[in-house]
Write a protein that binds this ligand. Structure first.
Ligand SMILES: N[C@@H](CCC(=O)N[C@@H](CS)C(=O)NCC(=O)O)C(=O)O
Length: 202
């Protein structure tokens, strides 16, 4: 049985959403993120970084949301969530998967840290402001990439949309997805209508 360690609105949303899209059987172990259960020894034994998500699949423990998603897609032998390896669409898909976690989430995460997660005395307004600026740049890049397109890689929904869709979910929670981004708003509405997304954020 696949176990997904999940905290509300954390990157584990990506893993549950993907599991739903793949039709996998899984169980969720909920970690109380705001109460810092992810820093307790029981969870540190699962993920020594004390971060969400993590999974257990038989004897295998994995963390890093992108790696978990890659593993689940490869294990399921799913060809519909990634373009054919080696094609241009495959290259684009990898670009957006990495962009979502390594670039855009870095600035959205900094907004979260410096507006909500850190104790007030540890929040740095300059870091927050720079993060808002970097987030806006990332969102503008996505806005342009989505012109006349339903999804990021070719015409079909893929892992890139799950990775990025979570970023947009969070950016929206922090008020960053404004009317300045009509393509993004339409894209987000398309993604939010998917039952897998709804299950992951329920
Ligand atoms: N690159 C990692 C980042 C994991 C991460 O930072 N998760 C956040 C929640 S979305 C977390 O657990 N933060 C707690 C902390 O950093 O202490 C991934 O994609 O899984």
């Amino acid at each position: 049985m696949l176990t997904i360690y999940h905290g509300a609105n954390t990157r584990s949303v990506r893993v549950i959403w993907l599991a739903e899209e793949l039709g996998l059987s899984y169980e969720i172990k909920t970690i109380k993120f705001l109460e810092k259960e992810h820093k307790e020894p029981a969870y540190l034994a699962i993920n020594p970084l004390g971060k969400l998500p993590a999974i257990q699949d038989g004897d295998l423990h994995l963390y890093e949301s992108g790696a978990i998603c890659d593993y689940l897609i490869a294990k399921a032998g799913a060809t519909n969530l990634e373009p054919e390896r080696g094609t241009s669409d495959y290259g684009l898909c990898r670009q957006w998967v990495y962009f979502a976690e390594a670039t855009l989430m870095a600035s959205i995460g900094a907004i979260a840290q410096h507006t909500m997660l850190r104790p007030e005395e540890d929040r740095i307004p300059q870091v927050r402001d720079e993060a808002i600026e970097s987030t806006a740049k990332g969102l503008s890049i996505l806005e342009a990439a989505l012109k006349d397109k339903e999804y990021l890689c070719g015409d079909t929904f893929s892992l890139a949309d799950i990775m990025t869709g979570y970023d947009l979910h969070l950016a929206n929670m922090f008020g960053q997805v404004t009317d300045a981004y009509p393509n993004l708003k339409a894209y987000q509405a398309r993604l939010s209508a998917r039952p897998g997304f709804q299950k992951a954020v329920a």
